[in-house]
Write a protein that binds this ligand. Structure first.
Ligand code: FEO
Length: 393
């Protein structure tokens, strides 16, 4: 339990050991479930709870603060890593009311079976006085669920935006102490969780623009005591700007596709194009997701397996399609033995991406001189397209 400002406490839990989220997302640096206790002169509010696996840590921290009464539990978001311990806290503080918006209330009833009479619902921009401290609720939908809201603590100028601006980073530091480390973790988090909702992210950035913010205290990762660091990063990531980068996602079984990848990467580098290459079966999908944030072009490399793409290449295509990066161009390279529909199937799998598909290069068997020439031409086309868009490095 630590203090951000007088009578504003961090009472959440650090989870150094967690390695997967949603049984999907790698957490190389663990995560935290941040909850905050605000003691006003008249009332006390708890903002969010923690993952149910850490409920004891939250309750222990609340006891350490030494409060005998919580008047309000504010639920910003119904996902269980923040809401999952609400039933425990409601049981411990039987007079506490659960404060949230109507959409989140409905989800909390569905997910946690909380009784209707424990709720107080609030609307966007509504305030709640704790005496000498005032909570202002701000709907920030689709970061990354539809019901999410944040709280602005007016007197202390702290924005509590729930998942928005968060990072999966377990650290003993309450505040950001190494911007480079947090930048990487926050970009990973943005890529995996926020990027599919880029338009909403931009609307929410616009919405908080008028607030005078001293600190941003998200529900994962360290607190930003220099809030422009993360606001500026989000503006960049969520903008339409792409970088002069080609992201090559490939898998090869017997070496034909790998030979094509090697030649193609050399051709791209010779043209001063930045390349990030991922051998899919052994790649960290979080790093791959980070690379999707900015790359102007994605190229998927796959052999043909049972008439379609290698399943691992199909998985990468599905992942990219779900994360909806702002990528401008895409292409496909690979090989086949006797035929198939690898290109058609990969193209169908990335139908969400607003990309121009550049002529794929698919070869029969091991690549030959003519095939290498086609890869050179594809590299030329990518270079030309990047130049036409005046894409910055
Ligand atoms: Fe951190 Fe969407 O929960």
């Amino acid at each position: 339990m630590r203090q951000l400002k007088p009578n504003v406490y961090a009472v959440g839990a650090i989870d150094f050991d967690r390695r997967l989220f949603d049984r999907l997302i790698p957490l190389p640096d663990g995560t935290s479930y941040n909850a905050y206790l605000i003691k006003g002169s008249k009332k006390t509010a708890l903002l969010d709870t923690v993952d149910p696996t850490k409920a004891e840590v939250l309750i222990d921290n609340l006891l350490k603060v030494g409060i005998d009464r919580i008047d309000y539990i504010v639920a910003h978001h119904a996902e269980q890593d923040h809401s999952g311990s609400i039933p425990d806290v409601l049981m411990l503080y039987p007079h506490a009311k659960l404060v949230t918006n109507p959409k989140c209330k409905a989800m909390l009833i569905d997910l946690l079976n909380i009784a209707d009479d424990r709720f107080i619902t609030v609307d966007d921009d509504q305030t709640l006085s704790l005496g000498d401290k005032t909570l202002r609720f701000i709907d920030i939908p689709w970061v990354h669920w539809p019901e999410t809201m944040g709280t602005y603590l007016k007197e202390d100028k702290i924005l509590f935006p729930c998942d928005f601006f968060g990072s999966h980073l377990a650290t003993s530091s309450l505040f950001v102490d190494d911007q480079a480390v947090v930048y990487e973790a926050a970009k990973r988090y943005y890529a995996e969780i926020m990027m599919p909702f880029r338009n909403h992210i931009n609307k929410n950035l616009e919405k908080i623009k008028t607030l005078d913010i001293d600190m941003i205290a998200s529900s994962h990762g360290p607190i930003y005591d220099k809030p422009n660091f993360i606001i500026d990063a989000y503006k960049d990531w969520a903008s339409d700007n792409v970088r002069n980068e080609v992201l090559l996602l490939y898998v090869s079984m017997h070496g034909s596709t790998k030979k094509m990848v090697d030649h193609f990467v050399d051709a791209l580098i010779e043209r001063n194009l930045k390349v990030k290459q991922f051998d899919l079966p052994v790649s960290d999908i979080g790093k791959l997701a980070i690379s999707l944030v900015d790359a102007a072009t994605i190229v998927i490399g796959s052999p043909t397996v049972l008439t379609g793409p290698h399943p691992v290449a199909a998985y990468a295509a599905i992942l990219a399609n779900a994360l909806r990066p702002k990528t401008k161009f895409a292409s496909i390279i690979g090989s086949y033995g006797w035929g198939g529909k690898m290109v058609e199937q990969i193209t169908a799998l990335i139908s969400n991406l607003k990309v121009e598909l550049l002529q794929p290069v698919v070869v029969k068997g091991f690549p030959k001189d003519d095939d290498f020439m086609e890869l050179e031409k594809l590299a030329d086309r990518i270079l030309r397209k990047h130049r036409e868009l005046k894409i910055a490095d």
